[in-house]
Design a protein around this ligand. Sequence first.
Ligand code: PBG
Ligand code: ZN
Length: 308
Amino acid sequence: MRRLVRETRLSAGDLIHPLLVVHGQGIREEIDSMPGSYHWSLDLLPAEAEEVARLGIPGVILFGIPAAKDAIGSENFDDHGIVQEAIRTIKKAVPELVVITDVCMCQYTDHGHCGIVEDGRVLNDETLEVLARVAVSHAAAGADVVAPSGMMDGQVAAIRSALDATGFNQVAILSYAAKYASAFYGPFREAAESTPQFGDRQGYQMDPANAREALREVALDIEEGADMVMVKPALAYLDVIRQVREAFDHPLAAFSVSGEYAMVKAAAQRGWIDEKRVTLELLTAIKRAGADTILTYFAKDAARWLSE
Ligand code: PBG
Ligand code: ZN
């Protein structure tokens, strides 16, 4: 009876699995602050991608850790950068798996900011050219979807026109439209070595106190050509997810970020909460709030639990 009248259904098909890829061989290194989540080298990616697909998860989102960092993040748009190679590796192993790439500068720059920096400030418009170059190089390597995450104004338009101009008009854009300046990114920044070396990201990421502003950000990105929009983080922003859902028809994703995962893991390891029940409850809540798709480090576990 409960099943019959259930309003929200969670399934493996709703989930996106994040993958952090690194240079090297034979690397499957667990991230300290994110137990059960790993750094992967290219040689081990095919098996992981196959498992993700076998679990019924439709896609992955790639984050790369470059061999070297510099002022503009050169490896980011290198045809043989770590993400470009990872895209080819996964597409070759499991062509039907949707490959999404995170498009941002912070993992690649020596200062750790999401854009070009001059005199301690991020230069928005100069950054757009770099982001467009990165997106085109991901598309050329075979990415299905590019996901700009740097919250630079005009990034969706810049990427859309660069993709269209280079023959990649079929590549979709998932925009991190409402991305908050959140403390929940801590474990990821440690894992991706992307902590800003000075200042913080409040100049471009959103104030957690603002919800109406999220609607303006989403509206702009849709106008600029976003195919899907995202709210990030998820748990502390369920109201924002709900408001975006009600105001727009576009496919809506929510990113349940590293800090959300780490909190559940830490409490579960101490035996303070039931990891499976808590995780499924949280993911269901994100869907109930209005998300169509959830990016979560729990994707594989959740897919397994849902099929039990
Ligand atoms: C890079 C980026 C971040 C995340 C996704 N892309 C970190 C940040 O903005 O500091 C966060 C992912 C997570 O915490 O799980 N712009
Ligand atoms: Zn960034």
